[in-house]
Design a protein around this ligand. Structure first.
Ligand code: SF4
Ligand code: SF4
Length: 190
């Protein structure tokens, strides 16, 4: 099985499991996903106001060389919750499989955690301390939201979607989104 096959199987598994969630749980996932989009948008704005687009385009995206495991189950849930069509990765190249002809295939509010929270010295070097503090406050908030989804499903997602598929679905024959039985409609017991 190549990377593209694993990607397709992983995306299909997460989409099917998301659609089968009890409605109360799916609503909770949608709320968290909306907060994740807002937090990522806020992080991107803080960098954009300091001309990160210009700096990154003159660098040519040096930090976008390896990204295969950057997309997580959570990022797919954010696309599903927003009913946003998913992109088509290009595996088997030197660069990140999610890098298209005009930059990342994902809009800033949908990019993986490790991408939206990373700024190299060229980007962040000239920032005033208040902007740096605000950026890392937003980064902690985003980390908390990712953690809340991991807790909700009793699973670890930060090693990447492909890893979850290989380990959970292909390796153990288990679902990726677990602990769902606690959320049977009208019967949630925290
Ligand atoms: S963050 Fe730094 S390394 Fe990455 S694309 Fe921007 S300038 Fe280049
Ligand atoms: S996912 Fe997008 S931002 Fe992240 S490394 Fe790949 S191309 Fe760059």
């Amino acid at each position: 099985m190549n990377d593209r096959d694993i990607w397709l199987q992983a995306v299909a598994a997460v989409a099917a499991e998301y659609r089968a969630l009890p409605s109360a749980l799916r609503s909770r996932v949608d709320e968290l996903a909306a907060s994740i989009r807002r937090a990522k948008g806020g992080l991107h704005r803080l960098a954009e106001e300091m001309r990160c687009a210009e700096i990154c385009s003159s660098c040519g995206g040096e930090c976008c060389v390896r990204g295969k495991y950057h997309v997580t189950v959570i990022d797919i849930l954010v696309f599903l919750a927003a009913r946003e069509p998913l992109f088509e990765p290009a595996f088997g190249r030197e660069s990140c499989p999610y890098l298209g002809g005009s930059g990342c295939m994902m809009a800033p509010s949908y990019r993986p955690f490790s991408c939206v929270t990373f700024n190299c010295e060229r980007v962040e070097g000239g920032w005033e301390p208040e902007r740096v503090s605000e950026f890392y406050r937003c980064e902690r908030e985003l980390r908390g939201l990712y953690g809340a989804l991991e807790e909700l499903f009793g699973n670890r997602f930060m090693h990447g979607l492909l890893m979850n598929c290989e380990r959970d679905v292909m390796g153990r024959g288990e679902p990726i989104l677990r602990c769902v039985e606690r959320w049977v409609d009208g019967n949630y017991d925290q």
